[in-house]
Design a binder for this molecule. Structure first.
Ligand code: GSH
Length: 198
C-alpha cells in the first residue's frame, strides 16, 4: 500500500492520520503536486487529486472520507468512531464544511485570481468557515484519551489548515476551546508527523 499525498492538503492529511492511527506504515508515502499532473497520480486517479491510495494489488482508493470508510471496515480496531456516533459524524461534517470552504478559496486565489476571495462565492465560502468554526467552538468535539475519533481528527486538520493558509486573515475569530482540543492530540505521532507546511 502506498499513498500519494502532498504537504498541504487537508484531505490527504485526514487519510494519512487515519492510516497511521490504524497502524499502517506510511514510509511509502509519495509527495506529489496534484496541479502538475504527476503521471502516477493521473494514471491512478482520473480526478488527479490527493489523497490517492494504491492498494498492494494496485487498486486506487480515493476521496478522504471513502478512505476512512474503507479503513474502518478493513481495520476495525482501533475505531475512529468510538463514542456517540451521531454527534461524532455531525461534528465531522461541520469540520469538513470548513475544510471544503478553505480549499475552495485557496484554489480560487491561487489558480484563478488573487482577489477571488472577495468574489460573491469567495465571501460565501468565508462565511462557511466563520460559521462552521463558531459552531465547532461552541460545541467542541471531546477528547478523553485513546485514538481520537473523526470529529477530533477533522477538526484538528481544519484548524491547522486555517493556521497555514489564513493565519493573518482579519476575519478569523479566536477559538480557545478548539485550540485546547488541538493541544491534547498534537503530540500524537500521526498528528505531529503530518503538520502541514508550504
Ligand atoms: N473530495 C476530495 C478532495 C481532494 C482534493 O480536492 N484534493 C486537492 C488537494 S487539497 C487536490 O488534489 N486538488 C487538485 C485539483 O483539484 O486538481 C477528498 O475528500 O479527498
Amino acid at each position: 500500500m502506498r499513498i500519494l499525498s502532498n504537504t498541504t492538503s487537508p484531505y490527504a492529511r485526514i487519510a494519512r492520520i487515519a492510516l497511521a492511527e490504524k497502524g499502517f506504515d506510511l514510509s511509502g508515502t509519495r509527495m506529489v503536486n496534484p496541479w502538475a499532473d504527476d503521471p502516477a497520480l493521473v494514471e491512478l486517479n482520473p480526478a488527479a487529486r490527493v489523497p490517492t491510495l494504491e492498494t498492494d494489488e494496485g487498486l486506487p482508493i480515493t476521496e478522504s472520507l471513502l478512505i476512512l470508510l474503507w479503513l474502518e471496515k478493513k481495520v476495525p480496531e482501533p475505531s475512529l468512531l468510538d463514542g456517540p456516533l451521531d454527534r461524532i459524524v455531525s461534528q465531522a461534517g461541520r469540520a469538513m464544511g470548513v475544510i471544503d470552504a478553505m480549499v475552495h478559496i485557496i484554489i480560487g486565489v491561487m489558480q484563478l485570481d488573487p482577489n477571488w476571495a472577495e468574489t460573491r462565492v469567495g465571501l460565501r465560502r468565508r462565511r462557511s468557515i466563520v460559521n462552521g468554526l463558531r459552531g465547532l467552538e461552541a460545541d467542541a468535539p471531546v477528547y478523553e484519551g485513546g485514538v481520537p475519533d473523526i470529529a477530533v481528527l477533522t477538526t484538528v486538520v481544519a484548524l491547522d489548515y486555517l493556521r497555514l493558509r489564513f493565519k493573518d486573515a482579519p476575519w478569523v475569530e479566536p477559538t480557545p476551546a478548539l485550540d485546547a482540543l488541538r493541544a491534547k492530540v498534537a503530540d500524537r505521532p500521526a498528528y505531529a508527523s503530518t503538520v502541514p507546511y508550504v
